[in-house]
Design a protein around this ligand. Structure first.
Ligand SMILES: Nc1ncnc2c1ncn2[C@@H]1O[C@H](COP(=O)(O)OP(=O)(O)OP(=O)(O)O)[C@@H](O)[C@H]1O
Ligand SMILES: [Zn+2]
Length: 377
C-alpha cells in the first residue's frame, strides 16, 4: 500500500478482483502463491490431477503430506496457510469444451498454467468468447515463454499467433523431457506479475512474447506481436471454434489423461462444486436430497446434516431403489469425490440423467471451501 503508484486504491482493486488459474502444477503453484499473497479477492483453481512425488521438485505448494490429494485442494490448503481469509474456489475437474465457459465465466482474468496443446487452444477460444485477458505461460527443459492474450479490444489471441498446432512429434511433457524446477518458478511468477499489472491498470498494451532461456545470454528476449489477425477464426467469430472443435483431434492426439477419463470428460452439467451445493442448501426452502455413499462407519463419524447414507456397494446392487423422482435433484457425495462419480453414473444409467449430480472433491472439498470445522480425515 505504500508503493507509489499502487497505494490503497491499488490494494482495493486487487481485493475486488477475481482470477482463475487453470493447472496447479509447475507454473500454477508459484502463480497462485503470489496471487494469494497479494490479496486477490477471489481465486479459482482448476486441476483434475492429484499430487505425485515427482511433482514436488517444482510444484511448490504441494508437499509430502499432500501426496495423493487433488492438486487444486492441496494448493488451496497451502494458500490458506499464507492467508486464512482468502476466498479460494477448488475445482478438481478437467477443463473441457463442455465446462469451460461456465467454469471460467465468474472470473476477471484467466491464467493458462497447463501443459498440453489441446487445453491451450480450448482456453484461448474460451477467453476470446468471454472477452477476458488470458495470461499464458509455458515451460520445458531450460526454457519458458510468457504472453498475455486478448488484451484490450484488439490484443491477439493464441490462435492469432499459432493458427495451427505444432507437429505432434515436437511436443513432449515435463515428465518425458524434464524441466529445471526453477524455470517454471520464473515463468509462473511472471504470470502472477502480469496478472497484477492488468488489475492495477499498468499492463503494456502493445502485445509481446517473452522468451526465457536459462542458459541463454542474455536469458530474456522479447518479440513484438501484431494485434489481432484479420484471418483468425476465433477473433472473427468468438465462440464458434469452441462449439465446433474437437481439440484433441485438432492437435493430432494422443489424448491427455483427462480425455480418456470419460467419466470426467463427458459429464459436464452433471457435477456440482461443494460451494454450489452449500449455496443451494442456504437458498432453497426445500432441503436438497443428499446421498452419502461412504461406508456406514465413516458416515457415523461425520456427515452433512440430513444427508442419507447408502454405502456404494449397496447402491450398486440396487440402483433403481434410489433413483429420484423426476421432480427432485439428487446430490451424491463421498469422501474425495471418486465413489460418488461411480454411484452417480449407476443412477444415471437407470434413466433420469439430469437429476443426479456428484459433488466434486467430496467432503474433503466441503471442508476446504465451505466449512473448515467439518471433521473430515
Ligand atoms: N484440461 C485441463 N484441465 C485442468 N487441468 C489441466 C488440464 N490440462 C492440464 N492440466 C493441469 O496442468 C498442470 C500442468 O502442470 P505440470 O506440467 O507442471 O504438471 P504435471 O502434469 O503433473 O507434470 P508431469 O508431466 O511431470 O506429470 C497439471 O497439474 C495438469 O493436471
Ligand atoms: Zn485470434
Amino acid at each position: 500500500m505504500i508503493l507509489d503508484g499502487v497505494g490503497l486504491p491499488g490494494q482495493v482493486k486487487l481485493t475486488q478482483s477475481s482470477v482463475v488459474v487453470v493447472g496447479a502444477g509447475g507454473l500454477g503453484c508459484p502463480a497462485l502463491q503470489y496471487l494469494g499473497a497479494a490479496g486477490i479477492g477471489r481465486i479459482g483453481i482448476i486441476d483434475h490431477d492429484r499430487v505425485e512425488i515427482s511433482n514436488l521438485q517444482r510444484q511448490i505448494l504441494h508437499n509430502e503430506e499432500t501426496l495423493g490429494m487433488y492438486k487444486a485442494e492441496s494448493a488451496a490448503l497451502a494458500m490458506k496457510r499464507i492467508n486464512s481469509e482468502l476466498t479460494v474456489d477448488v475445482m478438481a475437474v478437467a477443463l473441457t469444451a463442455d465446462n469451460a465457459m461456465s467454469l471460467l465465466h465468474p472470473y476477471d482474468i484467466i491464467l493458462d498454467c497447463t501443459d498440453n496443446v489441446p487445453t491451450r487452444y480450448l482456453l484461448s477460444d474460451a477467453s476470446v468468447a468471454l472477452k477476458k485477458p488470458l495470461v499464458s505461460g509455458a515451460a520445458q527443459k531450460f526454457e519458458g515463454q510468457l504472453c498475455v492474450f486478448n488484451l484490450g479490444t484488439n490484443g491477439p489471441c493464441y490462435r492469432c499467433l499459432y493458427p495451427q498446432p505444432p507437429p505432434q512429434e515436437s511436443v513432449g511433457s515435463c515428465s518425458e523431457l524434464g524441466i529445471l524446477g526453477v524455470v517454471t518458478g520464473i515463468i509462473g511468477n511472471m504470470q502472477a506479475l502480469e496478472t497484477i499489472k492488468i488489475i492495477l491498470g499498468k499492463e503494456d498494451q502493445s502485445p509481446s512474447l517473452l522468451l526465457f532461456s536459462a542458459l541463454g545470454s542474455p536469458p530474456f528476449r522479447s518479440i513484438k506481436l501484431r494485434q489481432r489477425k484479420p484471418t483468425c477464426v476465433a477473433c472473427n467469430n468468438p465462440g464458434a471454434p469452441l462449439n465446433s472443435t474437437d481439440y484433441v483431434q485438432f492437435c493430432g492426439g494422443p489424448s491427455p489423461d483427462w480425455v480418456s477419463e470419460g467419466r470426467i470428460a463427458g459429464l459436464a452439467g452433471h457435477r456440482i462444486q461443494a460451494r454450489e451445493l452449500h449455496e443451494l442448501i442456504m437458498s432453497s426452502t426445500v432441503r436438497p436430497r443428499i446421498l452419502d455413499v461412504r461406508p456406514a462407519i465413516e458416515y457415523g463419524i461425520c456427515q452433512l446434516p440430513e444427508s442419507e447414507n447408502v454405502p456404494l456397494k449397496e447402491l450398486l446392487s440396487q440402483p433403481e431403489k434410489y433413483i429420484p423422482s423426476s421432480a427432485t435433484d439428487l446430490y451424491v457425495i463421498c469422501r474425495l469425490g471418486n465413489d460418488s462419480q461411480i454411484a452417480a453414473e449407476a443412477l444415471r444409467r437407470m434413466g433420469r440423467g439430469a437429476c443426479v449430480k456428484d459433488v466434486i472433491g467430496g467432503l474433503r472439498a466441503w471442508s476446504t471451501v465451505v466449512d473448515s470445522n467439518f471433521p473430515i480425515y
